[in-house]
Ligand binder design. Structure first.
Ligand code: HEM
Length: 276
C-alpha cells in the first residue's frame, strides 16, 4: 500500500498535475486579492481623495476613525492626508507588481512601479508609526504594538527586496518582495478579516474599543498569519505533490474568504464611498 501511494505521488505526470493545481489556486488567490484591493483603493480614492482635494477634511469624521479630522491639528491632519493619499497609490502599484505580463514584457514599468511601491510602503509605515505613537491614534497598547510590528516588518522586508534587486539576486528579490506585499496588505487584511470573521461567527471575541480576544489576536495575525502562509507557499512550490495539493486547497479556501470579506467590507464599511 505504502509503495503504491509512494509511486502515485512521485510520477512526473502527478507532479505536473499538482503543479497545475497549485498554479490555478494561485491565480484564484490573485484574482480575489486584486478584486478586494481594487475595492479598497476605490473607496480611498472616492472618499479620501475627494475630501482632501476639495478641502473638506471634516468629512473624515463621518467614518468611525480613532482620530480623524481634529480642528487646529494641522500636523496630525496633514500626516493623515499624506497617509491616505499614499495608501491608494501603494495598493495599485503593489498589485501591478504581481501581474506576470508586466514583469515579463515591461521590465521598465515593473522597475519603476516597484520603486514607487517600496517608497510609498515606507512612507506609510513611517507615517503610520507617527500617527500611532505621536498623534496617539490607537485604542489598546496591544493593538498599537501589533500595527507597529507590521510597520517595522514592511520597512525590513522592503529594504531587503531593494537590496536583492540591486544585487540582481532575483530569487531572493522575489521572496522579499512577496513578503513586503503581504505585510503591506496587512491593513487591508485586517478590515476584510473582521468582516469575514463577523459574518462567520456573529462577531465572537470582538469587543468595544477593539479589546476582545479576537481583536488582540487579529491585530498580530492580520500580518503574521498571511506571512506564515506565504512561507508555506514558497516551500510548497519546491515541495512534493502532497504539499502542493494541500497548499492549493488552502489557497482556494483563502480566496473564498478574501472574496466574501472584501465584498462584505465594501457594503458594510466602505459604502457610501463619497465624502458628504
Ligand atoms: C502600508 C500599508 C498601509 C495602508 C494601505 C494604510 C491605509 C490606511 C487607510 C486607508 C487609513 C484610513 C482609515 C480607513 O478609512 O480605514 C489608515 C489610517 C491609519 N493608519 Fe494606515 N495604512 C498602512 C500602513 C499603516 C501602518 C504600518 C501603520 C502604523 C504603524 C498605520 C497606522 C494608521 C493609523 C494610526 C491610522 C488612523 C486610524 C484612525 O484614526 O482610525 N498604517 N491607514
Amino acid at each position: 500500500m505504502a509503495t503504491t501511494v509512494q509511486s502515485e505521488v512521485s510520477t512526473p505526470s502527478v507532479q505536473a498535475r499538482t503543479r497545475r493545481q497549485l498554479q490555478l489556486a494561485t491565480r484564484a488567490w490573485f484574482a480575489a486579492t486584486t478584486l478586494g484591493q481594487l475595492l479598497f483603493a476605490a473607496f480611498i480614492v472616492l472618499f479620501y481623495y475627494t475630501s482632501v482635494f476639495s478641502g473638506n477634511l471634516a468629512a473624515w469624521n463621518t467614518k468611525p476613525l480613532i482620530t480623524g479630522y481634529v480642528a487646529g491639528d494641522s500636523a496630525g491632519n496633514g500626516q493623515f492626508a499624506v497617509h491616505v493619499l499614499a495608501a491608494a497609490a501603494m495598493t495599485l502599484a503593489g498589485l501591478l507588481q504581481l501581474v506576470p505580463p508586466v514583469r515579463q514584457h515591461w521590465p521598465r514599468l515593473h522597475r519603476w512601479s516597484g520603486r514607487l511601491f517600496l517608497i510609498l510602503a515606507m512612507v506609510l509605515s513611517l507615517g503610520g508609526l507617527w500617527l500611532v505613537w505621536v498623534r496617539g491614534s490607537y485604542l489598546t497598547v496591544t493593538g498599537a504594538l501589533a500595527i507597529s510590528l507590521d510597520g517595522l516588518l514592511i520597512l525590513t522586508f522592503g529594504a531587503q527586496a531593494w537590496v536583492a534587486a540591486r544585487r540582481r539576486d532575483f530569487a531572493a528579490h522575489r521572496r522579499w518582495a512577496l513578503r513586503t506585499f503581504i505585510a503591506a496588505s496587512g491593513v487591508w487584511t485586517m478590515r476584510i478579516g473582521y468582516i469575514a470573521w463577523g459574518g462567520l461567527t456573529g462577531g465572537a471575541g470582538i469587543a468595544r474599543g477593539m479589546s476582545g480576544p479576537f481583536d488582540l489576536f487579529w491585530g498580530f495575525a492580520t500580518h503574521l498569519l498571511p506571512l506564515a502562509v506565504l512561507e508555506l507557499y514558497l516551500r510548497a512550490e519546491r515541495g512534493g505533490p502532497l504539499a502542493q495539493r494541500a497548499m492549493a486547497g488552502g489557497l482556494w479556501l483563502i480566496s473564498l474568504l478574501i472574496l466574501g470579506g472584501s465584498l462584505g467590507a465594501w457594503l458594510a464599511m466602505w459604502w457610501p464611498p463619497i465624502a458628504a
